[in-house]
Design a protein around this ligand. Sequence first.
Ligand code: ADP
Ligand code: GLC
Length: 493
Amino acid sequence: MKVLFAVSECVPFVKSGGLADVAGALPKELALLGIETAVMMPKYSLIAEDFRRRMVKKAECEVRVGWRRQFCGIEHLEYDGVSYYFLDHEYYFNRDSLYGHYDDGERFAFFSRAVLEALYALNFETDVIHTHDWHAGMVNYLLKEEYRKKPFYQCMKSVFTIHNLQFQGVFPKEAVHDLLGLDISHFTTEKLEFYGDINYMKGGIIAADRVTTVSPTYRDEILTPYYGERLEGVLSDKKDVLTGILNGIDDVLYDPLNDPHIDYHYDAVNRDGKRKNKAVIQKTFGLPVNEDIPLISMVTRLTKQKGIDLIKRVLHELFEEEDMQLIVLGTGEAEFENYFRYMEHAFPERCKAYIGFHEPLSRKIYAASDLFLMPSKFEPCGLGQLIALRYGAVPVVRETGGLHDTVTAYQEATGEGNGFTFAHFNAHDMKHTVKRALSFYHRKEEWGSIVQKAMTHDVSWALSARQYQGLYSREIKGEAPCSRVKKALNNAF
Ligand code: ADP
Ligand code: GLC
């Protein structure tokens, strides 16, 4: 079976969040299951020179963007057993950031059509095209509405994964014709129209054979108006083919026993290294170096999604009432960045913030902290808490989406649970939960067993990769026999 991922970011090449972690880890796991997996993504100038130098040009193609024709180079790199194809267009992808440009609608219309053209140029007869988030949603749509009419694409099935329903890729109506090269019949409620504009994520959802999202709880949540971001109706229509499959993390990349970014290595049994890492980070950030003061951390986008409003409401109370330290590594909305800069000055002995995106520093922080705070308003899956579990930073989370599916509340009576949780999006509920977690910190033995439980929680991709494998197989099995599909099925079973 062959599967092609179309995605806008991927570790180790470029990353702005969890999407890149998933795109970097899942194909490797699928390859281990015998699925031939390739990834297609833009060749951003932000990709490190070392990788760019190693890419080899394989083919080129012409891509229609409305009435214009754009050239697209297709470059290849084999990395960790997976084939990566980089779609090269200087003007669209030579930018200083991944997203947020005036012409994102055009850039990702180009990308989506380029994926389909590149398959043909490479003669890459994939069984499944698996696309991710709005950036690639139009791949599914163009496949269904246009490309499947050609024999080369006829048998290809498509899967669309929603990583975050909040970002949908909404553009003016004119994009239908001017960017996507489609006629106005596509501008209807049943198709791309969305409150007077067009919506790339909606296109992905309606056109895909299967729609998945990244946790079972988020799957149910997005069918409701509170979490559905005005797409709950569209999603309800696809309810029968909508599933939630929990993300994992790459447990080779994120491994406290081998992580090259951390100073002292450790595992669940011997956590001496973790203690030393804490002292190093306290010193680095200019905090009092003291093992007995619990260190809480956050590594996050600083946005409303991540519950920063709750922190703003009660952090000063926590600092006044508790002997604790907080280190924040994050970037995002100016209001929140400035808030943490202010708190650093107000509580210099307790609060430190590094405003920016810094992968090596994030590892040092996960490895050093006792607790990891993630009070999200909504969280499709969340990888922060999974990395925290792996590094023994006990998560304190709100019970939503993937946080609900991965963190279980510690029960004093039974000793069960790998973290601390609260249900309502309420600042004082969060404060109370943090205080409860802190109250266990000084009971050394009990705390040790909580940390151990966190570290031994299975955060790997093993189970979920099998669920994706099952989904792909079921999808291509349901297809009317076509020689390629038959062949793929023989290989799959
Ligand atoms: P989201 O994708 O919504 O931002 P996730 O929890 O799924 O949230 O994934 C976030 C990923 O990005 C994690 O790997 C986390 O460690 C990383 N990350 C977030 N902010 C930063 C930062 N400022 N510096 C380094 N890594 C970060
Ligand atoms: C999105 C979500 C996050 C999820 C990640 C990877 O960025 O916000 O919850 O973990 O995608 O699926």
